[in-house]
Design a binder for this molecule. Structure first.
Ligand code: T46
Length: 133
């Protein structure tokens, strides 16, 4: 499984909608960090790395963007434009993201605190990795 799209439960009423996320309730891991990204030029390409251990759930809370995912064997593009949907990516998946709408805000829940040592930023090194599932 390269990725999974998770539909979150929406607590909606006539005033608007709310999504609440926690382990086992939309998120398959215990989140230890949250960060968010906005203000990107439409054509900028972010990411360009994989993670050795980190799992993440990525939510486009506003606007839209594209994630390009690569498991070392094939590449897939996922368009995100729904704040009630999460893109779950486990470790050892190369990711790039681009095609940002002006109002795009990407929020990420991560299974571990930030650790630069967990990043694989060289594509050849990623491809050579012995632990592709
Ligand atoms: C991912 C995609 C979706 C921190 O200090 N703490 C953090 O938790 C993060 C994520 C980043 N940073 C610093 C490190 C860099 O100096 O913020 C700067 C930008 O980070 P980076 O170039 O890694 O950002 P993206 O947008 O390329 O990638 C990020 C995540 O790093 C990555 O895990 O999957 O968002």
């Amino acid at each position: 499984m390269m990725y999974k799209l998770i539909d979150f439960k929406i607590h909606g009423n006539h005033d608007g909608d709310l999504v609440a996320l926690e382990k086992g309730n939309g998120i398959p891991f215990d989140p230890k960090r949250v960060y968010y990204i906005w203000g990107n030029r439409p054509d900028v390409v972010r990411g360009k790395h994989a993670h050795k251990k980190l799992e993440q759930a990525i939510i486009c809370t506003s606007g839209s963007c594209d994630f390009i995912l690569d498991d070392g064997k094939e590449r897939k593009k996922v368009h995100l434009n729904n704040p009630a949907q999460g893109l779950y990516i486990k470790h050892n998946i190369w990711r790039e993201f681009t095609n940002f709408s002006k109002d795009c805000v990407v929020m990420v829940l991560a299974s571990e605190p930030y650790d630069e040592a967990d990043y694989i930023r060289d594509y050849d090194e990623f491809k050579k990795g012995e632990n592709h599932d």
